[in-house]
Every structure is written in C-alpha cells, then in structure tokens.
Design a protein around this ligand. Structure first.
Ligand code: ACO
Length: 218
C-alpha cells in the first residue's frame, strides 16, 4: 500500500490517500472528500437513483433534495467532523482520477473491541470492473494497519448479489442474518452480517488481490 497517513491523536490513519491499485475499470484510489466534490457527487447520485436507492437506508426528504448539490456542504462538513474525531474514515473513490463513488468506515470503536463497519457505493458507469473490491482492499489494509483496528464488519441485503460478492472476494466471513435489521427503501430488510479480523489477512488484502490476478499495483 502506498499512501500518506498522519497519526493525529484521536484519529490515527487520518487523513489518508490510499492506492493506486489498477483493476479492469481503471486506476483506483481513495482520498478524503472535498468541498468541491459537490457537483460531481450530486450529478452521479441523481443520475444513478434507480441503481442506488433500493440499497440505501431510508432517510428524511426526497432523493432529489438529499442529493442536490446544495446538500453536499453539510454532508461534507459532517463527514469531516466524524473523521477529525476519529469516529470514522470517509473516503471518495476515484477511478483514473475521477469521482466514482464513496467508501465509508463508520462507528469506529476503540478499547478492547477496535472495530468498525464499512460501506460503499460505486457509480453505475464504473460498476463491474473491480472498483469496489479494490476500494475495500485498500481500506481494510489501512484499517488493520495505521488505523489500528482489529475487526471490520459489513451488513448487506441478501438480494444485493454484487455487494455480497465484493465481501466474499475480500475474505469477509458471513456470520449471520440480522432479521428486519434496517429500514432500506421504505421497509425493514433482513441483512447478512459479514466480518473479518486482522488475522484473516496475514499478507494484507491488497497483496492477496494482486496475487490472485484481480488487481495490480501501478
Ligand atoms: N449476481 C451475482 N454477481 C454479480 C451480479 C449479480 N447480479 N452483478 C455483479 N456481480 C458480481 C461481479 O461479476 C463481480 O464479481 P466478479 O469479480 O467475481 O466477476 C462483483 O459482483 C462486483 O465486484 P466489483 O466489480 O469489485 O464491484 P463494483 O465496483 O461493481 O461495485 C457495488 C459493487 C458497490 C455493490 C455496486 O454495485 C454498487 O454501488 N451498488 C449500489 C449500491 C450498493 O449496493 N452498495 C453496497 C451496499 S452494502 C455495503 O455497503 C456493505
């Protein structure tokens, strides 16, 4: 893993630039969100509504209002505060230098648990080319390295086959089913819970991905 990671008190491993990693879709990197991401973020989210909305937690307001360019500064500011407090690591995924989605490490718990969850989305245009798998690999190695976590988990609807596939390619174990777990697209949906710990990746997930031929370092 290449990248700059600053150790800052309560937020080890933040801010960070992770990658690059080359997959069929292009060159994948992770970076902190910027205030000026608003236009492209909104354009992607409004364009990809049908593809994204069925997998995302139900929220206040319409899709248009929540994903308008004007909604970004508040989201960006909230993400920045979370990162500065060390409660999460919000990344923008870029492909060939262009905004292509987001990956968020959330609910960082330290102490004896040292755990967090991971969630992600990739624009429909860039889907199917290994982007999410590369992003997860970069984030997992970073969390188990500079961030100092021991466990990561992810919850996913059983119907979300691409995301289930991403987690299984990334060595996450299916640990169970949370029934009626989360209000997604207007109803309480069952979710699989997947988990992985640092012991699962002795050589690092990026190295595993490279060795399996799914990615290469540039
Ligand atoms: N059935 C089975 N497998 C499928 C299907 C399908 N219908 N569609 C795609 N796949 C496979 C692909 O072939 C690929 O596997 P392979 O490499 O073995 O061929 C895998 O699913 C996808 O891997 P990537 O290309 O790395 O993933 P991608 O960049 O396409 O992103 C993602 C996947 C993030 C799920 C994207 O589809 C997306 O953003 N969807 C909408 C939002 C979403 O669902 N986010 C995840 C929520 S759950 C969570 O965050 C933990």
């Amino acid at each position: 893993m290449q990248g700059a990671a600053l150790d800052r008190g309560r937020s080890p491993g933040w801010p960070a630039l992770l990658g690059p990693l080359v997959v069929p879709a292009g060159v994948v990197t992770l970076r902190p969100p910027k205030l000026r991401d608003g236009s492209v973020w909104s354009m992607c989210r409004l364009r990809d509504r049908n593809y994204l909305q069925r997998w995302e937690p139900t929220s206040m307001g319409t899709w248009e209002s929540r994903n308008a360019k004007l909604a970004w500064p508040a989201q960006w500011s909230a993400l920045r505060s979370i990162a500065r407090r060390g409660d999460g690591l919000p990344f923008v995924i870029t492909v060939d230098g262009v905004f292509a989605g987001q990956l968020t490490v959330g609910n960082v718990v330290r102490g004896a648990l040292r755990s967090a969850w991971v969630g992600y989305w990739v624009t429909e245009q860039r889907a199917g080319g290994g982007v999410a798998t590369a992003a997860v690999a970069l984030a997992v190695d970073h969390c188990f390295g500079p961030v100092g976590l021991h466990r990561l988990e992810a919850t996913v609807r059983p119907e979300n086959e691409p995301s289930v596939r991403v987690l299984e390619k990334s060595g996450f174990r299916r640990e169970g089913l949370f029934e009626r777990y989360l209000d997604v697209a207007g109803a309480w949906r069952d979710h699989y819970v997947y988990g992985t710990t640092v012991e699962d990746h002795p050589e690092g997930l990026v190295s595993e991905l490279v060795r399996s031929g799914r990615a290469r370092r540039s």
